[in-house]
Write a protein that binds this ligand. Structure first.
Ligand code: FAD
Length: 289
């Protein structure tokens, strides 16, 4: 599997890990939980850099935000009271759907974001939560919005960088709020054919004050359905408006056909799951559609 590997490193700090990544000239692969690395093991890989001893397994509250270190596992997210208490437990719920318990005990948030899979469940959720990530590279650390990180990663611009942590801002307060994570896979253990993360806030009259709809596995990276969000914002939520928003979602996605599903099926399911997500959010916000 890794016949060509010449060295396995276990740095004790982010700085050391970044230095190794830089010095290995594109032939190194970071290993966190290893659940993707072992599947995609490539012959070009000469050096493996295990980052699980770099001090990046933490979940902290900082200035109202929730800060999650890159090597925090799916199981750690599922169990964390802080993550379960954030945005209706959206991130904990999504983590709980990722593979089997054995996978979740190893798989990390950072690996999920960095592996470049369009179906990465946490990427969709972090997009809906307006999260940012901190990345460490040769020029030091920088903070960028999740959408930008995913786009740069897909373009190959993150190969010599280490994802350090994700920062989830505290969602704005208010009573009439709701959150939903929807996932469709061939089996409970399979990756998503389509996933949707959504959040909504209604005003006292039932008008949409704030909404986020993000989708995964239907474009090269997780995306926000901005046209659907715009349709909903400021309007009273009812069945007709929801149908319009679902049409907008189906118009926004750009899925591929593969061994799991056709593009047409994924498109149709995008609308359906987005509709279910908004309905679930609305019900939590006290509006039954
Ligand atoms: C049976 C099975 C079921 C799965 N089911 C799901 C599922 O339902 N949903 C889902 O989203 N995923 C699923 N996955 C995929 C995988 O488990 C997740 O994407 C997981 O989060 C990857 O994390 P990891 O720590 O194992 O990453 P690794 O395998 O260690 O790394 C993945 C990639 O990211 C890079 N990397 C890792 N950490 C960093 C970092 N901090 N900075 C920079 N680069 C980094 C690695 O070099 C590698 O390219 C499944 C995998 C398996 C094997």
């Amino acid at each position: 599997m890794f016949e060509q590997v010449e060295a396995f490193y276990r740095p004790a700090s982010v700085r050391e890990a970044v230095r190794l990544l830089q010095s290995c000239k594109g032939r190194a692969r970071v290993v966190a939980g290893g659940t993707d690395v072992v599947v995609e093991a490539g012959h070009a890989v000469r050096f493996l850099i295990d980052i699980t001893h770099t001090g990046l397994s933490y979940i902290r509250r900082k200035d109202g935000a929730c800060v999650i270190g890159a090597t925090t596992t799916m199981a750690g997210l599922e169990e964390s009271a802080v993550v379960r208490g954030l945005a209706g437990g959206l991130l904990a719920r999504a983590a709980a759907t990722c593979g089997s318990m054995q996978v979740r005990n190893l798989a990390t948030l950072g690996g999920n974001m960095a592996n470049g899979s369009p179906a990465a469940d946490l990427a969709t959720v972090l997009l809906a939560l307006d999260a940012e990530v901190v990345v460490a590279g040769a020029a030091g650390r920088k903070k960028l919005p999740v959408g930008e990180y995913l786009a740069q990663g897909a373009a190959g611009g993150m190969r010599k960088s280490l994802l350090v942590e994700a920062i989830i801002p505290r969602p704005a307060g208010g009573k009439r709020r709701g959150w939903s994570f929807q996932k469709l896979g061939r089996t409970a253990l399979d990756i998503s054919l389509v996933n949707v993360a959504a959040g909504i806030q209604l005003d006292a009259a039932g008008r949409v004050k704030w909404v986020r709809i993000a989708l995964g596995a239907v474009a090269p990276t997780a995306i926000r359905a901005r046209a659907a969000e715009e349709k909903l914002t400021g309007r009273k939520l009812d069945g007709a408006l929801l149908a319009e928003a679902c049409e907008a979602v189906m118009g926004a996605v750009d899925p591929i056909s593969d061994q799991r599903a056709s593009a047409a099926y994924r498109r149709r399911m995008s609308g359906l799951l987005a509709g279910r997500a908004v309905e679930e959010c609305a019900a939590q916000a006290g509006c039954v559609l």
